[in-house]
Design a protein around this ligand. Structure first.
Ligand code: P1T
Length: 379
């Protein structure tokens, strides 16, 4: 089945009771048993729920994996991955990543004795310099949030395999429409399904997909034992969102391309970060591992002026100033004071997250209106 058919049918079966085309919302916490253990495959909704199970199958299908798991947020799904580790274990992570992931790693898991190395991975061979006998996980976000760095997943996977280390890829920015990390050799693919997978800014959710049965079993155990699951209503909404993922992504990419070009030619803009630009340092890797370049764009104005950046995001009218990304509507953010405020200034500035950086999540509105909005806001 091709990807654009999988978004609609992948992992789905019609409801056996009444033939409902969409999976019903099984709004129940528990299931009747005829005798202890005599049930129809469902006992308690933290463990399993039919609506969530339909969504988990859809996630697995889209990411070309065997097993999908849905969580109450993207961070809850990352939390489940880190719970595979024990004190003394080490993780090598990209140094440019979502601020909340950095906060989870440093403020929660360092206290439990897990050590994190945050490094630039634009040259993936660098990863090998940080591997020792305690290294258990490589954490890759690509493209990265918010600097849009691109990391070579195939190379990272070769290194991970050679040293018998797990490779997890946060695929939130790309989505499986543009890039499928498991096909490139990753062990775990993770999503903030809050973003493009849900696609309508109305749900907070996380997703994991893996191929290995034993790894899946460990993650299902953590999902049930820790309990950070999502509810059936949200599962239904994301299932609905997934059905248009391919058409939404096409438009996000088209609009992203036009806006990245517009900003690149703007006399007041210093630098534009979008993997589709030939000037992007890892444009070739992006071309090789992604089918297009997405709708996330970051940029800085000339003079690197904090007040100027704030004025621009305040002046935007169609772009809403807000956290998050990946919905049908365009959003603008100021990473230094919003999504990445939990990363110390000297750390984030090392990766380019300066006070004048603006991040756009380009939506699927008419691109002429979006460009006109940027024009009036930037001046
Ligand atoms: O917000 P949540 O669903 O828990 O997902 C966390 C997360 C994980 N990974 C990436 C790449 C993300 O971008 C996020 C969430 N990011 C935002 C809210 C944001 O505005 O960047």
């Amino acid at each position: 089945m091709k990807f654009n058919t999988k978004t609609i049918h992948g992992g789905q079966e019609h409801d056996t009771a009444f033939g409902a085309v969409m999976p019903p919302i099984y709004q129940t916490s528990t299931y009747a048993q005829s005798t202890p253990g005599g049930h129809k495959g469902f006992e308690y909704s933290r463990t399993h729920n039919p609506t969530r199970a339909a969504l988990e199958r859809a996630f697995a299908s889209l990411e070309s994996g065997k097993h999908g798991l849905a969580f109450g947020s993207g961070l809850a799904s990352i939390d489940a991955i880190i719970k595979l580790l024990k004190p003394g274990d080490e993780v090598i992570s990209t140094n440019d990543l979502y601020g909340g992931t950095y906060r989870l790693f440093t403020k929660i898991y360092e206290r439990f004795g897990v050590k994190f190395h945050f490094i630039g991975m634009e040259n993936a061979t660098t990863i090998e310099d940080y591997i020792n006998e305690n290294t258990k996980l490589i954490w890759v976000e690509t493209p990265t949030n918010p600097m849009m760095n691109v990391i070579d997943i195939k190379k990272a996977a070769q290194i991970a395999k050679k040293h018998n280390i797990l490779l997890a890829v946060d695929n939130t920015f790309a989505t499986p429409f543009l890039q499928r990390p498991l096909e490139l050799g990753a062990d775990i693919v993770m999503h903030s399904a809050t973003k493009y997978l849900g696609g309508h800014s109305d749900v907070v959710m996380g997703a994991l997909v893996v191929n290995d049965d034993e790894l899946a079993e460990k993650l299902y155990f953590i999902q049930n034992a820790s309990g950070a699951i999502c509810g059936p209503q949200d599962s239904f909404l994301v299932l609905r969102g997934l059905k248009t993922l391919h058409v939404r992504m096409q438009r996000h990419c088209e609009n992203g391309r036009k806006i990245a070009k517009y900003l690149s030619n703007h006399p007041k803009i210093e630098k534009v970060y979008w993997p589709g630009l030939e000037s992007h340092p890892n444009h070739q890797v992006a071309k090789d591992q992604m089918s297009d370049f997405g709708g996330m764009i970051s940029f800085v104005t000339k003079g690197n002026d904090y007040n100027e950046a704030i004025k621009i995001v305040e002046n935007l009218k169609i772009f809403t100033l807000a956290e998050s990304l990946g919905g049908v509507e365009s959003l603008a953010g100021h990473p230094a004071s919003m999504t990445h405020a939990s990363i110390p200034k000297e750390e984030r500035e090392k990766t380019g997250v300066v006070d004048s950086l603006i991040r756009l999540s380009v939506g699927i509105e008419d691109v002429d209106d979006l460009i006109a909005d940027l024009k009036q806001a930037i001046g």
